[in-house]
Write a protein that binds this ligand. Structure first.
Ligand code: FCB
Length: 470
């Protein structure tokens, strides 16, 4: 595989160049889901460590204690990425690994781990994309009110400053948050994820303080990292009512505002969507919107499926229902509707007028090695082919999509599903931690190689054709 053209900065360290042209094919992971080493080298607890210990919260009582042991196996994992031919890798930093109490004294062994990972990626010609927050809030900060405490904007900015000063010499791509709508709604509104709160005021204060923290971190990253390329990673998924009942239609509109707009609207248009306005009001202060709506360089999208919504008595009056019969679903139950992905990309392009990076897309499937030790995940290949084809239709129709990252590089801890759902291109045999590239990994490597050979084909031919041109 050709190495990306590494530049040297003034201190002679390797630094990834911004990709000025060419489409980025990548893969994504997150710290809590893969790293393990939860009690090693000074890492503090996150809210997910504590949540996993509460009986009945996570399937089979699974925890992130060992996960994929990526903390110790990162070199092997980077080698496997190199074999795939990916040009970018998006991972998150564990805030409690860097700052065990969330603020105050930094943890040098934790900082050194990401030094090693970043250097290995650059050596392999893979551009590191850092996400600051993928749901693993330091427990010590949760005990001070966490996202419900307005002071968190300052704590998050200080964490961003530590990261920027330490890694900004080698990394230029930073995302502030991954899926803020999911961790606020599920963690503070519905009580389904850590920290398990279901309360309207908790939800609305968390939403506003996450938005404030986003703006505060952008200011720090811009000030410290030259040529920083910054964004946030949002879900956008069409919300359809499950029935023709007007209550379900109203619920779908309402959930859509919480899911799709609660973060992108203030961040890009300096206003909350109407469903949230009054509830957020008590937490707002003059000047907040100016901070929240600092410019970003790209729009990060996570998209797996549309949602089918029905009315409910919960804090927002809406919840998830079943898709119409006949809509195919993945093993985790998510509908497979590639056209909704194409339409979502076109919609984002129209609304936000920014380069789009698809930062997560992929599928769970019931993967097992066969007697020859191969993992033949034809369902995942079909899903990825259909979704990358849909993306190419959006590009052909004018959407400014610059990159696509598969979720996920490897099977991992899927939150409350524990290890029961496998999303990886690489199969992980948890008892031995052996990685086995699945058939989908070979398919993805072929797609990447074919698009390198002939980038023009990317938008004019289907990936089926591309895979066969190799
Ligand atoms: C997304 C999360 C990611 C993973 C995938 C399957 O919502 O960002 O951590 O769980 O879903």
């Amino acid at each position: 595989m050709a190495k990306c053209n590494l530049e040297r900065n003034s201190e002679g360290r390797r630094q990834a160049p911004l990709q000025k042209s060419g489409f980025l094919w990548g893969a994504s992971t997150s710290s809590f889901q893969i790293e393990g080493a939860a009690q090693i080298d000074g890492r503090g607890d996150s809210i997910w460590d504590v949540y996993c210990r509460e009986p009945g919260r996570v399937k089979n009582g699974d925890t992130g204690g060992i996960a994929c042991d990526h903390y110790h196996r990162y070199k092997e994992d980077v080698g496997l990425m190199r074999n795939l031919g990916i040009s970018a890798y998006r991972f998150s930093l564990s805030w409690p690994r860097l700052l065990p109490k969330g603020r105050g004294a930094a943890n040098e062994p934790g900082l050194a781990f990401y030094d090693r990972l970043i250097d290995a990626l650059l050596e392999a010609g893979i551009e590191p994309w850092i996400c600051l927050y993928h749901w693993d809030l330091p427990q010590a900060l949760h005990e001070l009110g966490g996202w419900q405490n307005r002071d968190i904007a300052g704590w998050f900015a200080d964490y961003a400053a530590l990261v920027a000063h330490r890694y900004g010499d080698r990394v230029r791509r930073f995302a502030t948050f991954n899926e803020p709508c999911v961790f606020t709604l599920f963690g503070y509104g519905f009580g389904w994820n850590a920290p398990g709160i279901a309360d309207a005021a908790a939800l609305h204060s968390a939403i506003h303080h996450v938005n404030l923290s986003h703006g505060a971190a952008l200011d720090v990253l811009r000030a410290v990292v030259p040529h920083a390329s910054l964004g946030a990673i949002h879900n956008r998924q069409p919300c359809f009512p499950t029935t023709t009942n007007p209550d379900d239609a109203a619920a779908a509109r309402r959930l859509s505002e919480y899911w799709n707009d609660a973060f992108p609207y203030p961040q890009h248009f300096a206003r909350y969507p109407s469903a949230l306005g009054d509830a957020i009001e008590p937490f707002q202060k003059p000047g907040d919107m100016a901070l929240i709506s600092r410019p970003v360089d790209w729009f990060g999208l996570n998209h797996y499926s549309p949602h089918y919504i029905k009315a409910d008595n919960n804090v927002i009056g809406a919840t998830f229902g079943a898709p119409p019969s006949g809509v195919p679903r993945t093993t985790i139950g998510w509908p497979i509707v590639p056209d909704a992905f194409r339409d979502t990309l076109l919609d984002i392009d129209r609304r936000f007028a920014l380069p789009i990076y698809v930062m997560e897309n992929g599928t769970a499937s019931d993967d097992k090695p066969d007697s020859a030790g191969h993992v033949e995940d034809a369902g995942r290949i079909a899903y990825l082919r259909a979704y990358t084809d849909a993306m190419q239709e959006a590009i052909a129709a004018g959407a400014d999509v610059r990159g696509y990252f598969v979720w996920s590089l490897l099977d991992n801890f899927e939150w409350t599903s524990g290890y029961s759902q496998r999303f990886g291109l690489l199969y992980v045999d948890y008892p031995t931690q052996r990685r086995i590239p699945k058939a989908s990994a070979r398919w993805y490597a072929d797609l990447i190689a074919a698009s390198r050979i002939s980038p023009a084909k990317l938008v004019t031919e289907s990936s089926t054709d591309l895979a066969m041109t190799k």
